[in-house]
Design a protein around this ligand. Structure first.
Ligand SMILES: Nc1nc2c(ncn2[C@@H]2O[C@H](COP(=O)(O)OP(=O)(O)O)[C@@H](O)[C@H]2O)c(=O)[nH]1
Ligand SMILES: [Mg+2]
Length: 498
């Protein structure tokens, strides 16, 4: 069996991934960006055979790029996972040595979402734009200087055993003949470097297939196959449609011509021809109608599949959130703060358009900020987040009862301004609450207005409690104040439960 060694190229936009892909595959099939605007937004891949080894070279767009929409990112992850579902042989982290902000985003995201800490064992730094790539000493010096700069790149270089391949793949879109020849030669030489590196660092039959990749690929492979089949079907239909449309044109022309040419021929004959071409005309039109119908149906089915796949990827990301957070916490190698606070949180907040039980499985989550989102539905899905200390659902369309928060015994801050939350049993609210923000100024017609009086009582009790415990502290007493005791006093003021 001919195994495919999968080579995954990742890195920030403009670092030379597509160019490197062309160099490795010895083609110009990958789109090299001339300006920053023309970069590709989807995955491209090609196979090559070299020394009887089959390689699949996969070029990814920088998924940390803000220019991509959330759906595009999910699609890219899905496709990448599908392509490397049997494991990846080498990951080329492409960089030009100039370390920039967000340089590691793609790497870190893939590492946390589909790979694990062992990704470094299968990673090679592809250092592009290195003019002295043929000089071994200069290459070694460059590795040292990258390590000396420190930071994440240095750590990666260290943990991938200094596996760095230096290349220079200048553009071939140049006018000057001499320059073109020279640039092409540099590409050829660079290619030799890369292929040599691949020979030395092949998978030896054991591709890297970490559990996260395995589970997500299992999750989406069937859907992805369906999706690809449908896309192929659609492609064929479109082709059919095209040829049918040209048939219509031909038949229209023939109707016209037959009318003209038959002027001198007997009426009967003319009529016959007209009738004949009419029949043909109608049947082709009907066919087009059927094909159009099929096209619309297929498109709809494809969209549906896309959605399912995206949801599965999203679910995988959010399900893994805890494990991911733990893993980062343990390893502390890849700047855990940034990863946690920006990237994963960003993913969470941006991608979560719908609150359901599956999308909120992060039991260790302490802060959840969903402010200014279009979330609808109830808070039931948050029930399990028992470690939350702060919950902000301000300016969302979340509705219903606050009772779902009753198990959150560490919840101190709650922001529910301008929502449709309209049920509360203040006895069930977490005792730990220190602050509830429940303004309705920005949306005076929101349903929250219905329970504002109750919340005022709650806030009063919270404040009283704080004052009491404060004075107890001052008095050196270790007296814990029970909320029930306080609300018992407030009970006469309570407005009927709704
Ligand atoms: N001189 C030089 N230019 C390069 C090299 N690699 C890429 N480029 C140029 O950098 C730009 C971006 O390259 P591209 O492969 O599209 O980057 P990608 O966004 O990572 O795919 C293009 O104009 C390339 O011609 C290299 O090794 N040397
Ligand atoms: Mg590219």
């Amino acid at each position: 069996m001919n195994e495919l060694e999968k080579i995954l190229l990742i890195g920030r936009t403009g670092k030379g991934k597509s160019t490197l892909a062309n160099v490795i595959t010895n083609t110009y099939k990958f789109r090299e960006s001339m300006g920053s605007a023309s970069e590709t937004r989807s995955i491209q891949f090609e196979t090559i055979k070299e020394n009887s080894i089959n390689y699949l070279v996969i070029d990814t767009p920088g998924i940390g790029d803000t220019r991509l929409t959330n759906n595009q990112v999910l699609d890219i992850i899905a496709e990448a996972v599908y392509l490397v579902r049997d494991g990846v042989c080498r990951v080329f982290f492409v960089t030009n040595g100039r370390f920039e902000q967000y340089e590691m985003t793609t790497y870190n995201l893939l590492r946390t979402i589909i790979f694990d800490e062992y990704i470094t064992r299968h990673t090679t730094i592809a250092r592009t734009r290195f003019k002295d790539f043929k000089n071994k000493n200069k290459c070694l010096e460059d590795i040292d200087s990258m390590i000396n700069i420190g930071g994440e790149l240095a750590e990666i270089i260290g943990s991938c055993q200094k596996k760095v391949v230096h290349v220079d793949n200048p553009s071939v879109e140049v006018e000057d003949e001499e320059e073109l020849t020279s640039n092409k030669r540099k590409r050829v030489k660079s290619r030799e470097r890369v292929m040599e590196h691949l020979r030395e660092n092949n998978c030896q039959g054991v591709p890297y297939k970490p559990p996260k990749l395995e589970s997500l690929s299992q999750e989406i492979t069937n859907d992805y196959n369906d999706y690809l089949e449908k896309k192929e079907e659609l492609r064929k239909e479109l082709e059919n449609l095209k040829s049918s449309e040209s048939l219509v044109k031909i038949s229209q022309i023939s109707t016209f011509e037959s009318g003209n040419n038959n002027e001198l021929i007997s009426e009967r004959k003319e009529l016959m021809i007209e009738v004949e071409s009419d029949i043909k005309f109608i049947s082709v039109e009907e066919k087009i109608f059927q094909l159009e119908d099929k096209k619309t149906r297929l498109k709809r089915e494809i969209e549906k599949k896309e959605k399912i796949i995206r949801q599965k990827v999203l679910k995988h990301i959010l399900n893994g959130y805890n494990a991911i957070a733990n893993e980062i916490g343990d390893i502390k190698k890849i700047n855990p703060e940034r990863l946690r606070s920006n990237e994963i949180e960003e993913l969470r907040n941006n991608y979560c358009n719908q609150l359901d039980k599956e999308t909120v499985p992060c039991v260790n989550l302490e802060t959840l900020n969903l402010v200014d989102n279009n979330f609808t539905g109830s808070l039931e899905s948050l029930k399990g987040l028992i470690k939350l200390t702060s919950l902000n659902i301000k300016n969302t369309l979340l509705a219903g009862s606050l009772d779902y928060l009753s198990g959150m015994e560490q919840l101190r801050e709650l922001y529910i301004s301008n929502t449709d939350i309209n049920e509360v049993n203040i006895y069930k609210l977490p005792r730990s609450l220190e602050n509830i923000e429940y303004s309705t100024n920005e949306r005076p017609d929101c349903k929250l207005t219905e329970i504002v009086p109750l919340l005022e009582i709650e806030n009063l009790s919270v404040r009283t409690k704080r004052q009491l415990s404060f004075s107890a502290e001052i008095q050196g007493e270790n007296k814990s104040v029970k909320l029930e005791d306080l609300v018992a006093e407030l009970e006469p003021m309570e407005i009927e439960d709704n």
